[in-house]
Ligand binder design. Structure first.
Ligand code: BG6
Length: 291
């Protein structure tokens, strides 16, 4: 399958682990999307290093999540006591390709849909994911409740960003926000710092944070902007040394090269959709090189 615009190309091929994937080239950028998890594993603007981190140790297997890129976390975040696994189940389901469009400007838009499943009322709760690729990367997770009952869920686009050196990274836009700190049993704090810097494990779920955040990476001389709609939570994560060593699908030293700034609705920001309602979580990632 290929897009109709001559300036853009979309190729459907076997990716790693022989999992089906789309390789996309636009006039501004390249990207890769696996049907497994509807997982964007790669986005790179021409003339810049890759925007997304992907672990060298990631599994590419049917029942395992991919480590890096943008895992889709749904319909729960983390590991609530009454749930069977961590971060929901859609990140290791195979999604179906619904359409590929490429308008005259050369952008490419890929639509994927989650196959019906008993956990989601056998198709009465539909989940669609739209990925738009041009000089930015835009992802939108659309959930529709067609049941007669309210449906409560968490969602998160768990984005792994590639950075030059984590010690030269700061994340801005969250000053004054409340967060739940996972390493201390989700204790509640208020962030009073101008920027988050990384000198150890950071694993925080910021609540009621609908605004834009920025990742300042002085090592790669790049600023990444994370703009979002329909997201009240921002999760900031770097596993640091001990947790990196404990993760089998992640290199011991890779914590130096990545930071997760995740956009979604988690914990007390969970969403309840009334019958017939639609939820849209949309994230746009842009970047610029600084001097
Ligand atoms: C983050 C969580 O969102 O995801 C962390 O806040 C967790 O606590 C991380 O370790 C990675 O999770 P997983 O399931 O992909 O290893």
């Amino acid at each position: 399958m290929s897009a109709s615009n001559p300036t853009s190309h979309v190729t459907f091929l076997d990716g790693r682990g022989e999992l089906p994937m789309l390789e996309i080239t636009t006039p501004w950028s390249t990207a890769e999307i696996y049907l497994h998890g509807a997982h964007v594993t790669h986005f790179k603007k021409n003339g810049e290093p890759p925007l997304l981190f992907l672990s060298q140790c990631s599994r590419f297997e049917k029942d395992a999540p991919i480590r890096g890129g943008i895992p889709i976390i749904f319909p729960w975040f983390g590991k609530p006591a009454d749930k069977p696994g961590q971060h929901g189940f859609v990140r290791h389901r195979e999604w179906a390709l619904k359409s590929i469009q490429s308008p005259a400007d050369g952008s490419v838009t890929v639509r994927l849909v989650l196959p019906n499943s008993p956990e989601l009322a056998n198709g009465q709760i539909t989940v669609e994911y739209v990925v738009e690729i041009n000089d930015r990367l835009t992802t939108e997770l659309i959930v529709t409740n067609q049941t007669a009952q309210p449906f409560t869920f968490e969602n998160c686009l768990h984005t792994y960003f590639s950075v030059g050196d984590i010690k030269a990274v700061s994340v801005t836009g969250l000053k004054g926000a409340e967060y739940l700190n996972q390493p201390t049993g989700f204790s509640r704090h208020t962030d009073t710092e101008d920027a988050i810097r990384f000198t150890g494990e950071v694993d925080r779920a910021y609540l009621n944070t609908a605004g834009t955040t920025e990742i300042h990476d002085t090592s790669l001389r790049r600023v990444i902007r994370v703009e979002k709609e329909g997201s009240q939570s921002t999760v900031v994560w770097n596993p640091w040394i001990a947790k990196a060593k404990a993760m089998p699908d992640y290199g011991d030293e890779e914590y130096k090269e990545m930071v997760c700034v995740e956009s979604g609705n988690v914990k007390e920001n969970e969403i309840t959709l009334a019958p017939g309602q639609i939820s849209r979580l949309k994230v746009t990632l842009g970047s610029a090189v600084t001097n």
